[in-house]
Design a protein around this ligand. Structure first.
Ligand code: ATP
Ligand code: MG
Ligand code: FE
Length: 356
């Protein structure tokens, strides 16, 4: 199965062609991404209007490039796929409309894909994982612990009750006067900082559920900075170190409990217990090191797909469509609508209990 994928849900415009072989393995034939970082940097965050306009300008050229690099003309792909949600409505419309036009012109089936399903299934392409596995998705827009039981079969165990994790990094960076995107800037500053100088509050301390909360932490950073104003370089480094440390500790505690829960899940027995991380925040070395260590302690396999496939891309969209098509799941009609809000555990074609 050979699929063209399109991704336009946030600030990356992307197109890719992916092949799925009968044995379940995958092959990336092309992977083209245009990141709009520079367009949004001046505003310290993604501006929806600017994003939609950039998607319109870039997408046709990127699709053409992806098909050309893959050596597959439109007529020889088996299906066309695009992200239908969740995401910014302007971008979703651009991507999905383009996919519909290509599907109509070529007579190929259309798959309207959930962006989170793309992130969730990527590790099967990169590492050939079998179900089930636990997914930690941490990006600028999402923070979720999900049990991936099968294609279309996702169980959300925890999410953020306020800011996404990447968003917390970005907002913290902004209020400390660091550059955008905030994640890399905060991580860099934290390396020079003293974690013991400030004691920031641990979000949702002592609560039994598996949810996350980051907005209180951001407020604590603001108050800390105000209390010692004017802040010098070293102050910023110390605050960043404490901020990142607090996040690592919170994640460690929540994920540790999720791993325990997975061990107790009957559906998971037999398989090697596995944790997969995805999303732009997965680039953070302190978080990665903690996850590696935690999985080592608990006897879990830890899988982190290459950074390029952890952040937004169209390979994962094409791959999710390929997985659906391989199972014989029906394509979507040309009247399918974009869904800016579309929870992962509410898939239209949920399947239960298939293992491969
Ligand atoms: P979506 O949420 O729709 O998947 P996005 O564009 O918001 O899309 P990504 O592109 O996956 O998310 O990731 C960007 C986020 O990752 C930003 O919030 C950025 O600050 C964060 N990030 C990147 N590198 C690091 C890092 N080293 N440490 C912490 N956060 C990071
Ligand atoms: Mg992005
Ligand atoms: Fe994403």
């Amino acid at each position: 199965i050979c699929i063209l994928g399109i991704e336009t849900s946030c600030d990356e415009t992307a197109a890719a062609v992916v092949r799925r072989h009968d044995d379940g393995s995958g092959e990336i034939l092309s992977d083209v991404v245009f990141s709009q970082l520079d367009e949004h940097a001046a505003f310290g965050g993604v501006v929806p209007e600017i994003a939609a306009r950039a998607h319109v300008e870039m997408l046709d050229g990127l699709v053409e490039k992806a098909l050309k690099e893959a050596g597959t003309p439109l007529g020889s792909v088996d299906a066309i796929s695009a992200t239908a949600g969740p995401g910014l409505i302007g971008g979703l419309i651009v991507g999905l409309m383009t996919a519909k036009a290509l599907a109509a012109a070529s007579g190929k089936p259309l798959y309207a894909i959930n962006h989170l399903e793309g992130h969730a299934l990527t590790a099967r392409l990169t590492d050939g994982l079998e179900f089930p596995y636990l997914l930690l998705l941490v990006s600028g827009g999402h923070t979720q612990m999900v049990l991936v039981r099968g294609v279309g079969n996702y169980e959300r165990w925890g999410t953020t009750i306020d800011d996404a994790l990447g968003e917390a990094f970005d907002k913290t960076a902004k209020l400390l006067g660091l550059s955008y995107p905030g994640g890399p800037a905060v991580e860099e500053a934290a390396k020079r900082g003293d974690v013991t100088r400030f004691d920031l509050p641990t979000p949702l301390r002592g609560e039994k559920r598996l949810d996350f909360s980051f907005s209180g932490l951001k407020t604590a950073v603001r108050q800390t900075a105000q209390a010692i104003a004017p802040v010098a370089d070293q102050d910023i480094a110390d605050i960043c170190a404490s901020f990142q440390y607090t996040i690592v500790q919170t994640l460690r505690e929540r994920i540790g409990r999720s791993l325990e829960r997975l061990l107790g899940d009957s559906a998971a027995s037999g398989a090697t217990p596995t944790l997969v991380v995805a999303g732009g925040v997965a680039a953070n070395t302190a978080i990665r090191d903690m996850l590696t260590q935690l999985c080592g302690e608990k006897g879990f396999r830890f899988v982190a797909p290459p950074h390029r496939l952890c952040t937004d891309n169209a390979v994962m969209i094409a791959w999710a469509a390929a997985e659906r098509m391989a199972l014989g799941l029906p394509p979507d009609g040309l009247d399918v609508a974009p869904r800016p809000r579309w929870p992962l555990d509410n898939q239209s074609a949920a399947l239960v209990g298939h293992g491969k």
